[in-house]
Design a protein around this ligand. Structure first.
Ligand code: SF4
Ligand code: ZN
Length: 728
């Protein structure tokens, strides 16, 4: 007699749990019960188990407790149902299977067997996905740049099919995670680039490595959503409603894979199989089907996107190379370069200017230069001016810079074209591969017209691009452009919180952190660093009902801390009552909430009467006694955390940076990398404050990582914070 699907799933879960049991017993002997294990760069222990059960697993002994709970769950099903479990039982067993797999991976990690580098195929599997990675991708997940995450298990029938499925997902801007050596090796053989930048990440050589995707996704609720560990119903609901993940399972599944798939369904991630499986619905869990069979590989990616219910708008400019965010991070190496522009090798710049509508021939791209066609065909180094002319009834000169800053992404999204810098310090490379595919010089302009109309169609009615490749032209127009950059900078410098009537909100992160609102003022950008006041203003013009809304400042209630009546009124509504009042310029009382994708955390160091700033990506300890990941876990989730807040890097050098607490003079510690990154702007601000050498009096990890030594250092350099009014 053949077993029913639920019975096979329960069997698969049992088999995974007994595998975990075996490894656990070995680890108890080889490592001892008190051996400690933690995944790299997470504040959430074994995240799946922690989120859903509240168990903070740290030692092998804790793992035994967790495994006991998972075993009880499955044993309970067996007791109730014997050999005939229901579909509901099977889903429950699926969750237990996930706990089992998380334990297996943790135990292997403890024994140094994870992540895997496979000598044979040359693939370095990524293994566990860090908190930092989720915070870094945060904005892209909320603003629709990455509409969803696909986890592919198994192997396609052949390399070509594997590539087609993944390319189609990429063109839909889906983030692709691979579990299993089959699919990973197929793509590797076909020359597909792996990495976070290219948004294709091989997690591990076995299908169970899909758990790294799950215990990554489950952290969204802890990082952004402010959900408490152990509140299982809330966590499940959060995943189902907010996390756009789905599974593509290729090849015939084993009972273990079926069990992992069932666990995915409980979290609301539909499973799309290439086998002839019966369609399953799970009302209240998955928006459409929970399990669907699509034996035609040409249709599987598209169908997966539909089943997950993703609405994706893609705009591909008419160019002969693939286009999309998946290619944004790729580099073009010197030996692959066909032609390049700028980068100190030639004069090059980019410039957006507003012209009267009648002076623009809509959608026209022109290349101007002596024998430019022959010169381009030869390749090598060329000068380049990219002059973009725009006109529109709702266009404002303030938006020129906003549109211009997108040129970078617009170009980088083309496969085989690379762009760096901005304004008159750009550097562009066209790869030999792109040239072979038919990429011509004018395509640089074609990309701009298409992308600008797609992104700014509400404010730009007409756009034309002229590319100049003769030195004389480039230098002449560069002078004009430089005058315009200066003018813009002057205007930006004059934009202060006092000089405008409206601030702007950003509500994008509410899709993950429902009560979080960024209040963006001229002197304070969004904490993710991606939106400043002008960006928000332009975004509001583009989509008046979108995620950026004007906030009338109203009355200034407290000048020192930056409290405005209009901001408070707005926040009460926009945060669903979670935030009553906000002080823009202090972190000590009612500071800005943090969602989770902040570039830096500012936190008090009471011993030093000052604050430290640590950026995302700094892995070491801080004098607050916590690493970035632990600090971050305590400030996120859309709540106000006095003494701590998330900020964008550029806010540090704003006049308004914790102005109510004494400003820059309060900063006592920053990682060296951050110091280097902001050095010029910091020194300028510090000089304005009469302390030109302040940065040298700020400690970093090369000086100390704990408070006693910090105070010693600060005393030795006579740091101003020591003399300031007590922070607490
Ligand atoms: Fe999220 Fe704030 Fe950035 Fe908007 S500005 S995307 S709300 S972090
Ligand atoms: Zn955010």
């Amino acid at each position: 007699m053949s077993l029913s699907l639920p019975a096979i799933i329960v069997q698969g879960a049992e088999s995974l749990l007994s595998m975990a049991e075996g490894i656990l017993q070995d680890a108890k002997i080889s490592q001892g019960k008190d051996a400690v294990f933690e995944f790299p760069d997470t504040a959430y222990h074994l995240p799946m188990i922690y989120a859903l059960t509240g168990l903070a697993v740290q030692t092998v002994g804790d793992m035994e407790v967790a495994l006991g709970k998972a075993n009880d769950l499955v044993a309970g099903i067996r007791e109730r149902r014997g050999a005939e479990p229901s579909l509901g039982d099977a889903l429950e067993a699926g969750l237990a299977a996930h706990f089992g797999v998380e334990l297996i991976l943790a135990l292997r990690g403890l024994c140094g067997q994870e992540p895997v580098h496979d000598q044979g195929s040359g693939i370095s599997y990524h293994g566990f996905l860090s908190d930092t990675m989720q915070r870094t991708l945060g904005v892209k997940l909320v603003d629709g740049t990455i509409p969803g995450v696909a986890v592919i298990l198994g192997a396609a029938p052949d390399d070509g099919t594997a590539v087609r499925i993944v390319r189609e997902l990429q063109e839909n801007r889906i983030f692709v995670l691979l579990a299993g050596s089959g699919i990973s090796e197929q793509l590797k053989r076909a020359g597909v680039d792996f990495g976070l930048e290219s948004r294709i990440v091989p997690l591990g050589p076995e299908p169970i490595h899909a758990l790294y995707a799950v215990n990554w996704a489950v952290r969204a609720a802890l990082i952004f959503g402010g959900k408490k560990a152990g509140d299982m119903p809330e966590h499940l609901a959060y995943q189902r409603e907010r996390v756009n993940a789905f599974v593509i399972a290729l090849g015939a599944p084993t009972p273990e894979i079926l069990a992992v798939g069932a666990g995915a369904i409980v979290l609301g991630y539909p499973v799309i199989s290439d086998q002839n499986v019966p369609t399953l619905e799970a009302k209240g869990i998955c928006p459409n089907e929970a399990l669907v069979g699509v034996p035609d590989h040409a249709k599987i990616a598209q169908r997966a996107v539909e089943v997950r219910g993703l609405k994706i708008t893609v705009s591909k400019p008419p160019i002969p190379v693939p286009y999309g965010p998946a290619f944004e991070g790729e580099r073009v190496r010197k030996e692959n370069t066909f032609a390049e522009f700028g980068g100190q090798r030639s004069a090059a710049f980019e410039w957006v200017r507003t012209l009267p509508a009648e002076e623009i021939e809509h959608n026209r791209v022109t290349v101007v230069g002596t024998d430019w066609q022959q010169r381009y065909q030869k390749g090598g180094v060329l000068p380049l001016a990219i002059v973009v002319d725009v006109a529109g009834r709702k266009m404002q000169p303030d938006f020129e810079g906003v549109i211009e800053r997108k040129i970078h992404t617009n170009i980088n999204e083309a496969h085989g074209i690379w762009h760096m810098g901005q304004r008159d310090i750009i550097w562009i490379r066209i790869s030999s591969e792109a040239k072979q595919a038919g990429f011509e010089l004018e395509h640089i302009g074609v990309i701009q017209t298409a992308a600008i109309l797609h992104k700014f169609g509400q404010i730009v009615d007409k756009v034309q691009v002229t590319l100049y490749v003769d030195d004389a032209d480039v230098l002449r127009f560069r002078e004009e452009a430089r005058r315009s950059y200066l003018e813009r900078d002057r205007r930006l410098g004059s934009l202060t919180d006092e000089s405008v009537d409206d601030f702007y909100s950003c509500l994008l992160c509410q899709s993950f952190a429902p009560s979080h609102v960024c209040v963006i003022s001229p002197e304070r950008l969004g904490l993710c660093g991606a939106f400043n006041w002008l960006d928000a203003k332009a975004a509001f013009e583009i989509d008046p009902t979108g995620g950026n809304q004007p906030i009338q400042k109203g009355e200034l209630l407290d000048e020192r801390v930056g409290r405005y009546s209009g901001v408070d009124d707005y926040l009460k509504k926009a945060s669903g009552g979670a935030v009553e009042t906000l002080n823009m310029y202090t972190l000590m009382e009612n500071p800005m909430t943090s969602c989770g994708c902040f570039e830096c955390i500012v936190g008090i160091v009471p011993e030093a009467n000052g604050v430290l700033i640590v950026h995302r990506g700094h892995a070491g300890m801080t004098p607050a006694g916590m690493k970035f990941s632990t600090l971050a876990a305590s400030v996120g989730g859309g709540v106000q955390t006095p003494g701590f807040m998330g900020v964008g890097v550029n806010f540090i050098t704003s006049k308004k940076f914790i102005a109510g607490d004494g400003g820059l003079r309060r900063v006592v510690w920053m990682p060296a990398e951050l110091k280097t990154r902001i050095r010029d702007a910091f020194n300028k601000r510090a000089a304005d404050e009469g302390m030109p050498d302040l940065l040298d009096r700020i400690a970093d990890e090369t000086i100390c990582e704990e408070p006693d030594q910090l105070v010693e250092f600060l005393t030795s350099v006579n740091h101003p914070a020591l003399e300031m009014e007590p922070l607490l």
